[in-house]
Design a protein around this ligand. Structure first.
Ligand SMILES: NC(=O)c1ccc[n+]([C@@H]2O[C@H](COP(=O)([O-])OP(=O)(O)OC[C@H]3O[C@@H](n4cnc5c(N)ncnc54)[C@H](O)[C@@H]3O)[C@@H](O)[C@H]2O)c1
Length: 257
C-alpha cells in the first residue's frame, strides 16, 4: 500500500475505520468519506497518530455532486486515486408491507447508488494510472435473505451485480473489482443490537450472539472489523491481482449450507 491513495466511504466508524487504519499501517494515504463530521475528524486524528496522512471529506455517497467533490478533493490533496472501498451503509428493519418508501429510497441510495457513483467518478483516475482496486463491502445478505431487511438485501444483492459488471468493463486497465461478503461484525451498530436483544429476550449478550445472531453460522462468534480489513488489504496485494468480479465470503460458514 506504500504511497497508494485509498478513498474509503463510511470510514468514520466500524468496518470502514478498521480498513482505513489497516491501509494506513501499510503506508497508504487515506481519504475518509463520511456524512459524520465528528467521527470523520476523529478517524483522521487516529490515522495521523499511526504516522500516516489522511484527509476527511464530508460526503453523502448517494449524491452525485458530493461524490464529484470527494474525488476532486482527493486529486487536489494527493494527485491520484488508487483504491476505492465502497463501505458506507445503513440498515432499516420492517416487513415489506410496512416498509416506508422513503427508507427504501435512502437504503438503495446509500448502498447501491453510492457504490455506483463512487466507482463512476473514481475509475477515470485509476484508468489514467492503469492500476486500481475497487472493493465493495457486500454482506451475507448479498447472497441469502433474512426477513424484514428487504431494502438492505435488495441493495446488497445489487452490489454483487454491479461488482461483476464493473469488473468486466475495467479488467483491461489492470483494475480489479471485488466484493467482500461478511456476516455479523462487532461494530458499534451490532453491539447496540446485541444489548437490545438481550434485554428484549431476557438473555445474556453471549446467548444473543450464539443462539440468535449466529444461529445459521458454523463458527459461533462475531467477526472482528480487523478480519474484514485484512481481507481488503489482501485484495490490494500483488497476490490477489488475479481475483476480479469475485464475491469473497467471510461469514463463519453461514452460507455453507
Ligand atoms: N456490522 C456488520 O455486522 C456488517 C455485516 C455485513 C456487512 N456490513 C456492511 O459493512 C459496511 C459498514 O458497516 P458498519 O457495521 O461498519 O457500520 P457503521 O454504522 O459502524 O458505519 C457506517 C458508516 O457509514 C456512514 N454513512 C452512512 N450513510 C452515509 C452516506 N450517505 N454517505 C457517507 N457515509 C455514510 C456512517 O456515518 C458510518 O460512519 C456497511 O455497508 C454494512 O452494510 C456490516
Amino acid at each position: 500500500m506504500k504511497d497508494k491513495v485509498a478513498v474509503i466511504t463510511g470510514a468514520a466508524s466500524g468496518i470502514g475505520l478498521a480498513i482505513a487504519k489497516t491501509f494506513a499501517q501499510g503506508g497508504a494515504k487515506i481519504v475518509i468519506a463520511d456524512l459524520d463530521c465528528d467521527g470523520g475528524e476523529r478517524a483522521k486524528d487516529e490515522i495521523e497518530k499511526l504516522g500516516a496522512s489522511a484527509i476527511f471529506a464530508k460526503t453523502d455517497v448517494s449524491q452525485a455532486e458530493d461524490v464529484r467533490q470527494l474525488v476532486a478533493a482527493t486529486i487536489k490533496s494527493y494527485g491520484r486515486l488508487d483504491v476505492l472501498v465502497n463501505n458506507a451503509g445503513i440498515q432499516y428493519i420492517a416487513p415489506v408491507m410496512e416498509f416506508p418508501e422513503d427508507r427504501w429510497d435512502s437504503l438503495i441510495g446509500v448502498i447501491l447508488t453510492g457504490t455506483f457513483l463512487c466507482s463512476k467518478y473514481a475509475l477515470p483516475h485509476m484508468i489514467e494510472n492503469k492500476w486500481g482496486r475497487i472493493i465493495n463491502i457486500g454482506s451475507i445478505h448479498s447472497k441469502v435473505a433474512s426477513p424484514f431487511k428487504s431494502a438492505y438485501i435488495a441493495a446488497k444483492h445489487g452490489v454483487l451485480g454491479l461488482t461483476r459488471a464493473t469488473a468486466l468493463e475495467v479488467a483491461a486497465y489492470n483494475i480489479t473489482v471485488n466484493a467482500i461478503c461478511p456476516t455479523y461484525v462487532r461494530t458499534p451498530l451490532v453491539e447496540k443490537q446485541i444489548a437490545e436483544q438481550a434485554q428484549r429476550h431476557g438473555i445474556t449478550a453471549e446467548e444473543v450472539i450464539t443462539k440468535i445472531m449466529t444461529e445459521p453460522a458454523l463458527i459461533k462468534r462475531l467477526l472482528e472489523p480487523s478480519e474484514v480489513a485484512s481481507l481488503a488489504l489482501y485484495l490490494c496485494s500483488p497476490a490477489a491481482a488475479g481475483i476480479t468480479g469475485a464475491a469473497l465470503d467471510i461469514d463463519l460458514g453461514w452460507t455453507a449450507r
